[in-house]
Design a protein around this ligand. Structure first.
Ligand SMILES: C[S@@+](CC[C@H](N)C(=O)[O-])C[C@H]1O[C@@H](n2cnc3c(N)ncnc32)[C@H](O)[C@@H]1O
Length: 403
């Protein structure tokens, strides 16, 4: 794909960095006998210490990076999230909100700042705001950003190296973290067999190499097709997450009582594995260009895949979590006080007197809400333990029946 669309050429330092990532992955492929599963390639390209896209120093977020996420688009996203957190009772009489918040994959740190600011305004600050961030580089950037923006709240923020040893009471939140987890790719061959698409060295870069799917995965994929009553034609390719069960088990073990909010682009299983979606959901982001070539300059671009939310809900239920609600981002924001937050933001930013600021705030809201932008592709899933119900903003327009 990258040879069909014009992607900007990286500078010399970036090219050198990508060459190091390339050598690292090639060594691993050679050690493994010439072929690795795509999930292993994706893991290294994104997270190899000091090398991967998220682990090394590239800018990533916002206008000067490769992509924008909802909290980078507008503070309205984080303020509506924060409002959802105080909608519920966590069993503490003294606190109106969650005693602890744990954010996974905090990116630039902007969502943490804006959630804390909103909860401060609503007199519902958590005692602790924990961040689990796998990238040492991002963790440092988050630390600096939070200290600069909310110095008076920074002491509540604590970074973790792994999920908390003692389960928390409160909220676990992750925006666009599931889509950054490694996926396995599969394809249906000309004889209708399901093959795994792995990665081989090819010339100075990488290429796809097929192997028959091992028995357990083959069986699971056939069960999915059977349950959905679909026939995938030859050439049909898609993704399957090898990590989601462990991921949800980890979240379950980390929660004593409270809410888990997962926000990401994704679909119910039926739509995810529809024969019409014949080349899967893998998407790469490089300087605001979207394309589908994960072998383009490894280490310099983001690689993501959409979420099968039916599988997330099933994995959550197996991990003994309650599946409380599922809706689109647009419905979540509408039900979560976005109009009131919009009015407050317009007032506090002086936009009422500044037409350019007004346009900027309105454009952010539009990106978050419009169906062709983030409004429908992005979904919000609420899971929980020992809560009577999920936040009204998720449950009022519940789409759980689609899963
Ligand atoms: C696409 S970015 C989203 C960042 C941020 N949540 C936002 O919305 O702007 C993915 C983030 O998740 C982090 N990450 C990926 N896997 C993770 C994991 N298993 N646990 C914690 N953080 C993770 C990445 O380092 C990065 O900060």
């Amino acid at each position: 794909m990258s040879d069909q669309i014009q992607l900007p050429v990286p500078d010399a330092a970036a090219l050198e960095h990508s060459a190091r990532v390339n050598r690292f992955i090639r060594r691993r492929i050679a050690e493994a006998g010439g072929w690795i599963d795509f999930s292993e390639y994706m893991q290294m390209a994104l997270y190899a210490p000091g090398l991967g896209y998220y682990s090394a120093g590239a800018h990533k977020f916002g206008e000067s990076g490769d992509f924008v996420t909802a909290p980078e688009v507008s503070p309205l996203f984080s303020s509506c999230l924060a409002r959802a957190f105080i909608d519920l009772s966590y069993g503490s009489d003294s606190l109106p909100g969650p005693p602890t918040i744990l954010e996974l994959g905090a990116g630039s740190g902007v969502m943490a700042v804006e959630i804390l600011q909103t909860l401060q305004r609503l007199n519902a600050l958590p005692e602790r705001y924990l961040i689990l961030e796998v990238s040492a580089d991002l963790r440092e950037r988050q630390r600096r950003f939070i200290a600069e923006r909310v110095a008076d709240l920074a002491e509540r923020v604590v970074w973790l190296d792994e999920l908390p040893a003692a389960p928390i009471t409160g909220v676990i939140v992750a925006n666009e973290v599931l889509d950054a987890q490694p996926v396995t790719r599969f394809v249906v061959d000309a004889d209708n067999r399901i093959c795994i698409l792995g990665v081989e060295a090819s010339g100075s870069g990488f290429g796809w190499g097929r192997r028959p799917a091992e028995a357990a995965l083959h069986k699971q994929l056939l069960e999915i097709a059977d349950d959905l009553d679909v026939v995938w034609p030859p050439g049909y390719a898609s993704e399957w997450s090898p990590v989601i069960d462990g991921f949800m088990a980890g979240l379950s073990q980390s929660l004593e009582r409270g809410l888990i909010m997962l926000i990401d682009y994704g679909l119910p299983m039926k739509a995810f594995y529809s024969p019409e979606r014949a080349s899967g959901t893998l998407v790469c982001h490089y300087r605001h260009r979207m394309h589908t070539d994960p072998f383009f300059y490894p280490g310099l671009q983001d690689i993501t895949a959409w979420i099968d939310f039916t599988r997330v809900a099933n994995a959550a239920a197996v991990a003994d979590l309650d599946v409380l609600g599922f809706t689109t981002q647009a419905q979540f924001l509408l039900g979560g006080g976005v109009e009131e937050e919009f009015a407050l933001l317009t007032e506090s930013s002086g936009a009422a007197q500044d037409p350019r600021e007004q346009i900027r705030i309105a454009a952010g809201l539009k990106t978050l809400m419009m169906p062709g932008q983030m409004g429908e592709n992005f979904k919000v899933m609420a899971l929980g333990r020992q809560l009577p119900q999920g936040p009204a903003s998720v449950c009022a327009n519940d789409l759980l029946h689609l899963l």
